[in-house]
Design a protein around this ligand. Structure first.
Ligand SMILES: Nc1ncnc2c1ncn2[C@@H]1O[C@H](COP(=O)(O)OP(=O)(O)OP(=O)(O)O)[C@@H](O)[C@H]1O
Length: 250
């Protein structure tokens, strides 16, 4: 039997009668990088927001590790090991890169945001925070306030703060959005490295990144699953080609 970490059954979301996601039954296998793609308006973001609990479904169920999380809060599922990164930025601009990762480590430990905590106690996290900054390739910027980092480096910092939470599963919302060519390559490599020993589900528009990273791809169109498989299979699927052509998005 395949080992499925995240499963949806008939997941549906309607906005005042308009069905943005219709009866989506998805199975994400443990240890894989799974991408959700589709033309504009396909329902990817809505689906992603349902999975990360930022939206309530109007129908269907979501199961994480076999447990029904359909009505769980985002904080609940984060505690269970499923963490969302990107777009909703976890980065505090006025704090340095190191301080940002340190705070994420504190959160993981369950310490509250205690900004009055003594420097000495906070310093305990520095070693681990530096390891994470090193892992995402921005250790040399540890003392730079996040707001002064380049876009790509800020994203790397976001990844470091996500990794600090030691997620079992990471949900990445358009990790390459707004990136220049160089950064795309760097972040793609990073995602690949981070995915070792975890499961990643991402929504991504950059199809060459999707081709490079994903083990499995679900193509959505008009709120429904149009095709599923590896990149080879879905990119040759006539229905997928038609959906992309029809949207002027090929
Ligand atoms: N809050 C909302 N209220 C009403 N309609 C919505 C809402 N959110 C999304 N929709 C509609 O649902 C459909 C799917 O939107 P969604 O943003 O999920 O698509 P997407 O695949 O992420 O598109 P894109 O690639 O353009 O980001 C669209 O027609 C959109 O207009």
């Amino acid at each position: 039997m395949e080992d499925v970490i995240l499963r949806t059954e008939g997941l549906t979301k309607a906005f005042r009668g308009f069905v943005a996601v219709r009866e989506v039954s998805l199975a994400v296998r443990r240890g894989t990088i799974h991408a959700m793609i589709g033309p504009n308006g396909a329902g990817k973001t809505t689906c992603f927001n349902l999975l990360t609990k930022f939206l309530e479904p109007t129908g269907g169920r979501i199961l994480y590790n076999g447990r029904d999380i359909t009505r769980s809060s985002p904080a609940d599922i984060a505690r269970q090991g499923m963490v969302r990164s990107f777009q909703i930025s976890a980065v505090f601009g006025h704090m340095t890169a190191l301080e940002n990762v340190r705070i994420a480590l504190q959160r993981k430990r369950g310490d509250c945001f205690d900004f009055w905590r003594s420097e000495r106690v906070l310093k305990r996290y520095d070693g681990q925070a530096r390891e994470l900054l090193d892992a995402v390739g921005i250790l040399e910027f540890e003392s730079v306030p996040a707001v002064e980092l380049s876009y790509g480096r800020k994203r790397a910092l976001e990844l470091a703060t996500t990794l600090a939470l030691e997620p079992e599963m990471m949900l990445l919302d358009e990790p390459m959005a707004g990136m220049g060519h160089e950064d795309v390559g760097r972040i793609a490599e990073l995602v690949k490295r981070m995915a070792k020993g975890r499961t990643v589900l991402m929504v991504e528009h950059n199809l060459s990144v999707v081709a490079d990273l994903s083990d499995r791809i679900t193509v959505l169109a008009r709120g429904e699953i149009l095709a599923e498989g590896d990149y080879e299979a879905v990119s040759r699927n006539p229905r997928v080609i038609e959906a992309y052509m029809g949207s002027g998005h090929a």
